[in-house]
Design a protein around this ligand. Structure first.
Ligand code: GDP
Ligand code: IMO
Ligand code: MG
Length: 430
C-alpha cells in the first residue's frame, strides 16, 4: 500500500556515524544549494526530514522543482517542501515565498491521491505573496523584451517569479492574508496596467475563480507563521529549512542579472521565516559532484558539448520544472568556497557522485588565468560503479580522493555523498 512507503521511518538508520552526524546538525538546519540550483536539495530534505520535527520552505516559488525518488517512484515538488512525505510533520511555507495557488492546489491534490493529506499540517505565511496567472504572461513578455533588446533573455522558468517580487518590492503585491478579500476592483485596475505596459491580457474572471477555489481550501491554513515557528522553537522542536534555487542564483550575490529574484542564501531563508541569524545551528551546502545550469549567463567551467551531453545523459539533466536540458560542466572551487563563506556551510552534501563513474579524468575549476579563462586541476576517475554505495570505505579509492579533495580545498567537511536518486543512495561520512 502506497501509504506505508511514507510511514514515519527515518530514512537514515541509526548507526554511530549517523548519530554523530545528526547530532552535529543541532536544532535548526538549513539545506542550501551551492550552485545554480538542482543540486539535489529535495533528496537531502526528504532524507533529513525524517529526523526533524518541522519542515519549512522560505523563499522562491514554483520556479523550484525538487525531485525525490522513493521505492522507484518519482515525486516532484514545486512549492511544498520535499519533506512533506513524512507523515505528521508540520510544513511551513514562509513569508519569502511567492505562491501560484493553482500549482499549490495541484500539489496538494497529487499528494492526496498518493494517500497523504497535507492540509491539516500545512501552514502558509499570511505574508507570502500571491502569483496570479497573468504574472506568468508578464514574465514571458519581459523575457521576449530582453531577447529583442539584448539578444538573449535570462531564461527564466516563466513562472511569474520576477513580476511577483517586482510587485513585492514596489509594495503593490497581494499577500496571502488577502486571500478571502474581494479583489475584483483591484484586478480591473491591474488589468489596464498589464495591458498598457506589457501587452498582457488579464483574465479577471479566471483569476478570481482561482482565488475563490484556493480560499475555500486554504483560508484556514494561512496564519502568522513567524509566531508559529517561534512557538515550535520554544517547545524545543527541531526545524529543517529547505532552500530553493542556489547561491549562484541569489539576487544579491549570484551571477546578476542571470539570477532569480529572491535571496537564495541561508540568511535569506532565515529572514523569510522570521528566524534570527543566530538560530541557525547548521547549514548543509548541496553541490553536485560536477555542475549544471539552466538558463542564460556565464558558466566558466561549462564542458564542451560532447562531455556535457555525456553528463546530461548519465545525470538525467533535464529541468524538473521546464524540461529544459541543463547545461553541464565541472565544479568550480572558488564558487563553492564563496558559497561556504556567504552561507556558513557547516557540511557538504556532494550529490550525484555516481554520474562521474565512467569519467577517465575529472576536471575541477580552481580559478581563472590572466585572460579570464578557467584553470583546471585534473583528478583521476575511478571507472567503476558507485551506484547505491552507502559507506565511504565502500567507494573506489579515486572517488574517495575526489571527495577528500573537495573537503580539503573548501575547508568544509563532506558529510553526505549521493550515490543515486533513491532515498537509500546516500553515504554518511564522518
Ligand atoms: P533540487 O532542485 O536541488 O531539489 O534538485 P532536482 O530535484 O531539481 O535535481 C536533482 C536530480 O538529481 C533529481 O532528479 C534527483 O532525483 C537526482 N539525484 C539527487 N541525488 C542524486 C544522486 O546522488 N545520484 C543521482 N544519480 N541522482 C540524484
Ligand atoms: P531549484 O529549487 C535551477 C533559474 C532559471 C533562470 C533564473 C531565473 O529546483 O534548484 P526565475 O524563473 O526564477 O525568474 O528564473 O533562475 N532557476 C532555477 N534553475 N533550479 C531552480 O530551482 C531554479 N529556479 C530558478 O532557470 O536561469
Ligand atoms: Mg530543481
Amino acid at each position: 500500500m502506497f501509504k506505508s512507503i511514507f510511514a514515519n521511518n527515518p530514512p537514515l538508520c541509526y548507526n554511530y556515524a549517523v548519530q554523530q552526524f545528526l547530532s552535529s546538525l543541532g536544532r535548526v538546519c538549513a539545506i542550501i544549494g551551492a550552485q545554480w540550483g538542482d543540486e539535489g536539495k529535495g533528496k537531502a530534505t526528504d532524507i533529513l526530514a525524517g529526523h526533524f520535527d518541522v519542515i519549512a520552505r522560505a523563499c522562491g516559488g514554483a520556479n523550484a522543482g525538487h525531485t525525490i525518488v522513493v521505492k522507484g517512484r518519482k515525486h516532484v515538488f514545486h512549492l511544498l517542501p520535499s519533506g512533506c512525505l513524512h507523515e505528521g510533520k508540520p510544513v511551513i511555507l514562509g513569508a519569502g515565498m511567492v505562491i501560484h495557488l493553482p500549482t499549490l492546489l495541484e500539489e496538494i491534490a497529487t499528494l492526496r491521491e498518493a494517500g497523504i493529506d497535507i492540509l491539516p499540517r500545512l501552514h502558509i505565511s499570511h505574508e507570502a505573496h500571491i502569483i496570479f496567472n497573468y504574472y506568468k504572461a508578464m514574465d514571458a513578455a519581459l523575457e521576449e523584451r530582453r531577447s529583442r533588446a539584448k539578444g538573449q533573455g535570462i531564461g527564466t522558468t516563466k513562472r511569474g517569479i520576477g513580476p511577483a517580487y517586482t510587485e513585492k518590492a514596489a509594495r503593490s503585491g497581494i499577500r496571502m492574508e488577502r486571500l478571502e478579500d474581494d479583489l475584483s476592483q483591484e484586478l480591473q485596475q491591474r488589468a489596464k496596467d498589464a495591458q498598457t505596459l506589457y501587452g498582457v491580457t488579464v483574465e479577471s474572471a479566471e483569476e478570481l475563480a482561482a482565488l475563490k477555489e484556493a480560499a475555500a481550501l486554504l483560508a484556514d491554513r494561512v496564519s502568522d507563521t513567524v509566531d508559529l515557528i517561534h512557538r515550535y522553537r520554544s517547545e524545543g522542536k527541531t526545524i529543517l529549512v529547505e532552500g530553493a534555487q542556489g547561491v549562484l542564483l541569489d539576487i544579491d550575490h549570484g551571477s546578476y542579472p542571470f539570477v532569480t529574484s529572491s535571496s537564495t542564501s541561508s540568511a535569506g531563508a532565515l529572514q523569510a521565516l522570521g528566524l534570527p541569524p543566530n538560530a541557525l545551528t547548521s547549514c548543509i551546502g548541496i553541490a553536485k559532484a560536477y555542475c549544471t545550469r539552466v538558463g542564460s549567463g556565464t558558466f566558466l567551467t561549462e564542458a564542451p558539448e560532447e562531455d556535457a551531453q555525456r553528463l546530461r545523459d548519465r545525470g538525467g539533466e533535464y529541468g524538473a520544472t521546464t524540461g529544459r536540458p541543463r547545461r553541464c560542466g565541472w565544479l568550480h572551487l572558488p564558487d563553492l568556497c564563496r558559497g561556504a563563506l556567504t552561507n556558513g556551510f557547516t557540511h557538504w552534501n556532494i550529490t550525484k557522485l555516481d554520474v562521474l563513474d565512467e569519467e577517465k579524468e575529472i576536471p575541477i575549476g580552481t580559478g581563472v588565468d590572466a585572460q579570464g579563462k578557467p584553470v583546471f586541476d585534473y583528478l583521476p576517475g575511478w571507472q567503476a560503479s558507485t551506484i547505491g554505495i552507502t559507506s565511504f570505505e565502500g567507494l573506489p579509492e579515486n572517488a574517495r580522493q575526489y571527495i577528500r579533495y573537495i573537503g580539503e580545498q573548501t575547508g568544509v567537511p563532506v558529510a553526505l555523498i549521493g550515490t543515486g536518486p533513491e532515498r537509500e543512495h546516500m553515504i554518511v561520512k564522518n
